[in-house]
Design a protein around this ligand. Structure first.
Ligand SMILES: CNc1ncnc2c1ncn2[C@@H]1O[C@H](COP(=O)(O)OP(=O)(O)OP(=O)(O)O)[C@@H](O)[C@H]1O
Length: 172
């Protein structure tokens, strides 16, 4: 089973009387989910904690520097492919980062209003869990895909969600 992370940097733009909440998404330019929008993220390397992975992937994919301590755990997602655990994904959010998002070989970053997230250009499961995560909730979810590898060509067939369960925060 693959262990992976997703990280959603957040900021507030606009004026005090008319603020706009934004999230940094990436348009993935290669690999799994190529051409779709997602948060920065990727697979854990040997010896790495999920938190360290989220920081590294965000740096590698869009050039933003995040202090691991500021990452807030927002979700744990299990993706099943043909009944077997394919990927376990740790989801984080943060409002604390430095640098400007930059396009890399892997990803093109884009600040998007949270009310305008392009769910029709994302993994099909995202529409079920990401809105709640962007509203500050925590989610534990299981998502079932069928049809064999690769995962991004399989069919999304069902899901179960639990909101605001306690998530372990010590290391992950
Ligand atoms: C099934 N439904 C899904 N819904 C939302 N997000 C999903 C997902 N399935 C995988 N993800 C995320 O997609 C990224 C893969 O990225 P990543 O490991 O970089 O894959 P890729 O094949 O490009 O690998 P390398 O770049 O070679 O490491 C990684 O963040 C992972 O959490």
């Amino acid at each position: 089973m693959i262990e992976a992370t997703l990280c959603f940097p957040r900021r507030t733009r606009g004026t005090e009387s008319d603020p706009t909440e934004e999230v940094l998404l990436i348009e993935k330019r290669r690999g799994l989910g190529d051409g779709w929008y997602n948060g920065p993220g990727g697979k854990l390397e040997d010896g790495e904690t999920p938190r360290e992975c989220a920081v590294r992937e965000t740096r590698e994919e869009v050039g933003l520097e995040i202090d691991p301590e500021t990452l807030e755990k927002a979700g744990e997602l299990t993706f099943l492919l043909d009944g077997e655990r394919h990927t376990f994904c740790h989801v984080y959010r943060t409002r604390s980062f430095s640098g400007e998002p930059t396009t890399t070989e892997e990803a093109r970053p884009e600040w998007v209003p949270v009310d305008d997230v392009p769910y029709d250009q994302m993994w099909e499961d995202d529409q079920f869990w990401l809105p709640g995560v962007l509203e500050g909730e925590t989610v534990v979810g299981e998502f079932r895909f069928e049809g064999g590898q690769p995962l991004d060509e399989a069919e999304f067939v069902g899901h179960d969600l639990e909101w605001n369960e306690h998530l372990e925060t010590t290391d992950t």
